[in-house]
Write a protein that binds this ligand. Structure first.
Ligand SMILES: O=C(O)c1ccc(O)c(O)c1
Ligand SMILES: [Mg+2]
Length: 625
C-alpha cells in the first residue's frame, strides 16, 4: 500500500512541506498546483527535489472547469490549458492529474457531452503518457456525485481516463459509499481521504476549512475505504485535508498525525474486512486499557515535601522507597502516586523544565510489548533510558508534552516489590479507591492531535466536545473513555483561562488534575477534614442555585455545603465532586463519587469551580491570574 498526502494538507513552503511529509514516512505526495507555482524552482528542479526526498508524485492537482463548455473559444482555451499543464507535468515527472467537476457558469450539462470532452482529452493525454482522473466536487455545477462522475468516465471509454474518489465529497453529501463496490477497481485512478466534523454548513465552506484526518471527524471513513478496497482498488491512499488550523500548525506534527491516521484507518479496514487484502505490515490491534497503574510526579526538595503533605492529607500512605533512586511510592486503594526527586533521570529534566508536574503515567494493559509495537507502527516514538541496577525494563512511549506513558501487563514482574523497599502497608486512608480520570491540558489547536493519539492506540470512545466557560475565555473539553481509562482533554484558547495559565506557567505540563474515586464521598470528606485537608471553598450562591435546579433534601444540601461538595445529575444517576486547592502553578486534585452509572464529568459545575480556583490564586498572589 502506498501512502500519500496532498501538499495542501501541511503548513509551510513547498520545501518545508516535503521535508515534513518525507520525515513522517509517506511514500508519495499530491502536488497542489499553488504550492508548485509559489516555489522558485523550475519544474525539473522541483521534480528532482521531490524524488531526492524519496517521494513519488502521486498526483498533480487540481485542473478546474474543463468539461461541458460550449464549442468555441472557451472550450478551445480549456483544451489549450490542459496541454500546457500536461507539458508541465512531464517536466515535473508526474503522470496522473486530477480534473475536478466544473463550476463554470457557462458549463452545459449532459453526461455524453462531458464524456465526449474526456474521450478527446484522453487522446491528448495518451500521447504524453499521462492519465487523467475525474473527481466530482460536492458542489460541482452539473456533476456532484461520484456515481455521475463514474458514468462520464465509463462513457468516455478511454484507458487514460479514470475516476478519482474523495471521501469528503461522497460522505458529506450523504451518498452511500457502498455504491463504490460496483465500480471496477482498475478504473479508479486515485483515492483521496478526508474526514470532517458533522457541522451543518455550506458544502464548499465546510470542505475548504474543516476537513480533518481520518478518525478525527464524524464521517464513516472505514465504510468508505472498505468499499474502495472491495472494488479492487490498488493505487495510493492519499490524504487531502483542507483545514485552517493545520495550515497554521507545525508541518512535522500535522504530517505525523496524517501518517498515524492513515495507517490506523487502513488497519481498521483490514480487520473489518480481511478479504480486501490491505497490503500493510502486520501489527497489533488497538489496546484495551484495564486501568491506571501509577501517576508519577517530578518534584524536588520543599515542593516534594509539600506534595507529600497533600497526599498524606488526602489519605495516602507512603508505602515504599525505591532501592536506588530518590523515588517514593504513595498508595491508597488501587491508586499509586510516585514522587521522583532523582536529578539525573528523565524526571529530573522534566522538573528542571517545568517544576513539579506529572512526568509519567503507568497504564495497565493486556500486553505492554504489543502496545509499543502498535504505537511504533503508527509512527510513535518508543522511549528507553539507561536502567539502574535492579530496575525492570517496562515498555514506554512518549505521550503528551513529551511526558512518558509506561505499559504494565500481567506478565510483567511486580515492579513494586522488585524495586521498592516496603515502608508501610496502604491502609483504608480516606476511602479513595482508584483513578477515575486524568485531565490533560493543551492548547486548543493540539486537541485533535491528542485525541487521535489516544483513539488510534487504545480501544477508546470519544464523548462529544463540551464548552467550559472560564471567566476569561472558553475551554473546550473532550472526554475519551476506554475500559479502565478515562482521559479528559482540555483545550485552552487563551493564557488567561485557568487551564491556559497553567499551561503557560508549567511550560506545557500535560496533566492539570487527577480525579480520584470514592465509594462514599461524605465519609471521605469527613475523613479528609479529620486530616486537616483544605477543600476548595464553594459559594453560597452555588448552593442556592442547586436547590433551584434539583430536588435535593435539606439534609443532603447541608452536607454538600458543609463539605464544599458539588453536585450534578444525568439520566442515570447523581454525581458528587470535591476539589483540593490549586498547587504547583495550577494543578489540583478532584475527588468524586458516581452513583448509578452517572457517565459525565460535572461540566455544569466547571465554571463555578474555575471561578473559585481563580479567586484563591488571586488571593495568594499566584502569578497565573
Ligand atoms: O476545494 C476545491 O476546490 C478542491 C480541489 C481539489 C480537490 O481534490 C478537492 O477535493 C477540492
Ligand atoms: Mg479531492
Amino acid at each position: 500500500m502506498k501512502t500519500s498526502i496532498a501538499t495542501v494538507s501541511v503548513s509551510g513552503n513547498l520545501r518545508e512541506k516535503l521535508e515534513a511529509i518525507a520525515a513522517a514516512g509517506f511514500d508519495g505526495v499530491e502536488i497542489f498546483e499553488q504550492d508548485f507555482i509559489a516555489d522558485a524552482g523550475s519544474p525539473r528542479e522541483v521534480g528532482a527535489l521531490i524524488r531526492d526526498h524519496g517521494l513519488e508524485i502521486t498526483l498533480f492537482q487540481p485542473f478546474r472547469d474543463f468539461e461541458g463548455l460550449p464549442q468555441g473559444p472557451l472550450r478551445d482555451k480549456a483544451f489549450d490549458r490542459a496541454r500546457r499543464k500536461f507539458d508541465l507535468m512531464q517536466e515535473l515527472g508526474a503522470d496522473l492529474v486530477l480534473f475536478c467537476s466544473s463550476v463554470h457558469p457557462e458549463a452545459l450539462g449532459g453526461i455524453d457531452r462531458a464524456a465526449g470532452d474526456f474521450a478527446e482529452l484522453g487522446e491528448i493525454a495518451a500521447d504524453r503518457g499521462i492519465r487523467v482522473g475525474y473527481e466530482a466536487l460536492a458542489w460541482g455545477r452539473h456533476v456532484n456525485d461520484h456515481r455521475d462522475a463514474w458514468e462520464i468516465v465509463r462513457r468516455a471509454d478511454h484507458p487514460n481516463i479514470g475516476l478519482i474518489l474523495d471521501s469528503f465529497h461522497t460522505l458529506a453529501r450523504g451518498i452511500d459509499p457502498e455504491t463504490i463496490r460496483r465500480i471496477p477497481g482498475d478504473r479508479i485512478f486515485f483515492v483521496q481521504l478526508a474526514d470532517a466534523p458533522r457541522i451543518d454548513m455550506d458544502l464548499l465552506y465546510w470542505s475548504r476549512h474543516f476537513r480533518n484526518m481520518p478518525g478525527e471527524g464524524d464521517l464513516d471513513m472505514t465504510g468508505f475505504m472498505r468499499a474502495v478496497m472491495a472494488a479492487g482498488y490498488a493505487g495510493p491512499v492519499s490524504l487531502e485535508i483542507f483545514n485552517d488550523q493545520f495550515r497554521g500548525g507545525l508541518p512535522g506534527s500535522v504530517a505525523r498525525d496524517g501518517y498515524r491516521s492513515l495507517v490506523a484507518l487502513m488497519d481498521d479496514v483490514r480487520r473489518a474486512e480481511p478479504s480486501t487484502g490491505v497490503d500493510l505490515p502486520e501489527f497489533p490491534a488497538r489496546v484495551t486499557v484495564d486501568g491506571v497503574s501509577f501517576v508519577e510526579f517530578a518534584s524536588r526538595g520543599k515542593e516534594a515535601e509539600d506534595l507529600g503533605a497533600l497526599l498524606a492529607a488526602l489519605g495516602f500512605t507512603r508505602v515504599g522507597r525505591h532501592l536506588s533512586k530518590a523515588l517514593t511510592l504513595w498508595q491508597q486503594g488501587e491508586i499509586r502516586v510516585l514522587i521522583n526527586e532523582e536529578p539525573g533521570d528523565f524526571a529530573g529534566s522534566v522538573y528542571n523544565a517545568r517544576g513539579t508536574s506529572v512526568c509519567d503515567i503507568g497504564l495497565r494493559v493486556g500486553s505492554g510489548r504489543d502496545t509499543v509495537a502498535r504505537a511504533s507502527a503508527l509512527g510513535g516514538e518508543p522511549f528507553a533510558q539507561p536502567a539502574s541496577p535492579g530496575q525492570l525494563a517496562i515498555p514506554a512511549i512518549r505521550g503528551l508534552g513529551g511526558s512518558l506513558l509506561h505499559f504494565l501487563d500481567s506478565g510483567q514482574a511486580d515492579v513494586w516489590s522488585a524495586e521498592f523497599e516496603t515502608l508501610a502497608e496502604a491502609g483504608e486512608g480516606a476511602g479513595l479507591r482508584r483513578v477515575d480520570h486524568i485531565a490533560q491540558t493543551m492548547t486548543y489547536d493540539e486537541m485533535l492531535s491528542w485525541s487521535l493519539f489516544y483513539t488510534s492506540l487504545f480501544e477508546m470512545a470519544k464523548a462529544p466536545m463540551v464548552d467550559v466557560t472560564d471567566p476569561d475565555g472558553l475551554v473546550r473539553s473532550q472526554a475519551l473513555q476506554a475500559g479502565g481509562l478515562r482521559i479528559t482533554l482540555n483545550g485552552a484558547e487563551t493564557h488567561r483561562t485557568f487551564a491556559g495559565a497553567f499551561l503557560a506557567e508549567s511550560f506545557g505540563a500535560p496533566v492539570q488534575h487527577l480525579a480520584l474515586e470514592s465509594a462514599d464521598i461524605f465519609a471521605t470528606a469527613e475523613a479528609l477534614a479529620a486530616r486537616g485537608f483544605d477543600p476548595l471553598p464553594m459559594t453560597e450562591n452555588y448552593y442556592a442555585d442547586l436547590m433551584s435546579r434539583f430536588d435535593i433534601d435539606e439534609g443532603m444540601l447541608e452536607a454538600l455545603r458543609r463539605f464544599n461538595i458539588l453536585y450534578d445529575r444525568d439520566e442515570n444517576g447523581a454525581f458528587f465532586q470535591l476539589y483540593s486547592r490549586p498547587f504547583a502553578g495550577g494543578m489540583f486534585i478532584e475527588i468524586l463519587e458516581r452513583r448509578d452509572g452517572y457517565a459525565g464529568y460535572g461540566a455544569p459545575n466547571a465554571p463555578f469551580r474555575i471561578a473559585a480556583q481563580k479567586r484563591l490564586m488571586r488571593a495568594k498572589g499566584m502569578p497565573s491570574v
